[in-house]
Write a protein that binds this ligand. Sequence first.
Ligand code: HAM
Length: 428
Amino acid sequence: MSKPDRIKAPRGTFDVLGEQSAARAILEDRARTILEGAGYERIETPAFEATELFARGVGESTDIVRKEMYTFADASGRSLTLRPEGTAPVCRAYVEHGMHKQRQPVRLWYLSSFFRHERAQAGRYRQFSQLGAEALGAEDPAVDAESICLLAALLDELSVASVRLRLSSLGSLAARQEYRERLQAHLRAHSEHLSAEVRERIELNPLRAFDSEHPGTRAALQTAPRLLDFLSAEDAEHFAEVRARLDAAGVAYAIDPTLVRGLDYYTRTVFEFTSDRLGAQSGVGGGGRYDGLVEQLGGPPTPGIGWAAGIERILLAGAPPHPAPAPVDLFVAYEPARDDGREPARRHAPAEAFALLSEARTAGLTAQMELAGRSLKGQLGYANALDARYVAILGAGETVLKDMLGASQETVASDAVVHAVLRGLRSL
Ligand code: HAM
C-alpha cells in the first residue's frame, strides 16, 4: 500500500503552538483585567450566523460581504456564514436577549476566531482572532473616548510598538449620503485617472477610493470634497467633544479625513490604530460608532460604539509577553523494565509511579511522571529540563526523594512522599 499523502492546514490558517499559545493566554488575561475593570462583560456568540445578518449588518457593498465570506448552505438549505466580524453578531445578541431593557450602556467584550477569504500574507489570514469591545445604548462622546482609551491602554500594556491613532468622523447617515453624491460626481469627473477597481466602485462604494494606493487615484483625491466639511452641527459638536476627552486623557491622535472603514455600519466617530512594525497590514485595531445598526437588525433605535483588534497583529507588533513555564513540583521517576528479556528489576514500578502521580495531583501538587520509556539517567535529565523541584525515584518499599533546588536527597517511605514534598514546599 502506498504511503498516504500528508494533509496540510488550509492556506491562510495556522496552528498555535507552545509559546504562542501561552502568549495568547497572557494577552487574554490582560485584556480581561483592563476591560472587565472598566465594566465590560464577556460575550461569546456562535461561529456561524444567518448570512442575512452580515449582508444587512456589514453591508452588501463591502468587500467583506461581496468577496470574503465563507458562506454555505446547511443540510436544511439555510444559508449560513462563518462570522467575518463580531459587531453584527453582538448587536444581534443584544436584540435577541432584550438587553435594551438592562441598564445602559451594555458593554461587552469578546475574543474569538473570525473568517475572511482574503489574500493570505503575513498579518493577514483566513482564520484570525479578534479581541473586541462594544458599548451599546449610549451616545455620550465620553463612551467614544472611553472605548478608544481602553484600546490605547491595552496596546500600551502589551508593548505594541510605534502605535499611531488616526481619528475622524463620518457624520450621520444623511450627511454621508449628501457627501457620497458629491464624491461620486468628483470621481466621475476624474475617472480617466482612477484605477479600474475604484472606477468600478464609484456607484457602489465611492468612499473606498480613499483606501487605494493607486497614484492616479490618490492624485484625483487631493482635490476631492472632504467628509468632515459635510458634518451637521450636532455631529461636529459630538466629534469636538470626543477630541476634548481624548485630549484630557492625554491620548495622542491625528485627524485623518480620509479614514474610511471597510464596513458600512459606521456613523460619526471612526478610528484606527496602526503600527509601523507591521508592514503592509499596518492596522492593529480599529472601530467606530454604529448608531443605526441595532435598528437595522430589527431592534429599537440604539447607539453603539466599539472596536476590534487582531490578536496575531498585536503579537507581531508587540514584545510578546514571555510566558513563565508551568512549575513542576514533583517528577515521578522509576527504574524501567530491562529489555533483555529478563525479569525487570521492579515490574510494578510504572503502576506505582502512576498511583503516586495521582496522589500528588489530588493533594494539589503539579506533578508529571515518566511516559516515554527513558532510562533512569534520561528521566533525571528530563526532570531537570522541566525544572522540577522534586524528583521521586521509586524503589522497593521506599523512595529516594531528590530536592533539585537544595541538591539534597532523602529516603522516605513510599506513602510519605507527597507529605514530604508538601512540607518541603511550605518551608520555602
Ligand atoms: P476590522 O477593521 O475589519 O473591523 O478588523 C479589526 C482588526 O481585525 C484589524 O485592525 C486587524 O487587526 C484584524 N483583522 C482583520 N482582518 C484580518 C485578517 N484577515 N487577518 C488578521 N487580522 C485581521 C472590524 O472587524 C469591526 N467589527 C470592528 C468594530 C467593532 N467596529 C465597531 N466595533
